[in-house]
Design a binder for this molecule. Structure first.
Ligand code: AMP
Length: 175
């Protein structure tokens, strides 16, 4: 599996100064369009979560949905979307947070998580951790428990993990 992930790493494309000057954006679209590489990402995540007990995967719009929904399907778990402000149709709970390149808010349906159920959050990338911290707060507010947070990519130099307290954090590829 590690060998396959080396190939995947090679496919992640650096886009300089996107979406603003000074940011090196990790573009995962070359990975997604390669069936073997995309499959390696989902298979690796599923292997890392295989011993964990949880009921739901909660993913963050938009790239998180691509990975999170494939993983939920593969593992036979329910999928919970965490969306940008104003996108979910029913009653929502909301958190504002700071991004590596700006501010944003995410929302979750207030009734998305049944009380006491365990949730794995999934995103494409961990940068400063602001988005993920907001996600864990939403899960907790709704009555759920965060089982762990899993990412395709982690930008270690931004120390996002430190913001996530005692939560278990897993990533496949680190920069
Ligand atoms: P953060 O809240 O700083 O951890 O940012 C994580 C979120 O922003 C994820 O949903 C990523 O998709 C996106 N993101 C932040 N920085 C980058 C980057 N350098 N390349 C690609 N996506 C990024």
């Amino acid at each position: 599996m590690e060998e396959k992930l080396d190939k995947v790493r090679f496919l992640v494309r650096d886009v300089r100064d996107y979406p603003k000057k000074g940011i090196v954006f990790k573009d995962i679209t070359p990975v997604l369009k390669d069936p073997e590489a995309f499959s390696s990402v989902i298979e690796s995540m599923a292997a890392k979560l295989s011993e964990m007990e949880f009921e739901y995967i909660a993913s963050i719009e938009a790239r998180g949905f691509i990975i999170g929904s494939a993983l939920a399907y593969k593992m036979g778990k329910g999928f919970i979307p965490l969306r940008k402000k104003g996108k979910l149709p029913y009653n929502t709970i909301s958190r504002e947070y700071a991004l590596e390149y700006g501010n944003a808010a995410i929302e979750m349906h207030a009734d998305a998580v049944s009380k006491g159920s365990r949730v794995v959050t999934v995103d494409d990338l961990l940068a400063t951790g602001g988005t993920s911290k907001a996600a864990t707060e939403l899960v907790a507010e709704a009555g759920g428990e965060v089982a762990c947070l899993i990412y395709f990519i982690e930008l270690e130099f931004l120390k996002g993990r430190e913001k996530l307290g005692g939560n278990k954090v897993i990533s496949l590829i680190k920069y």
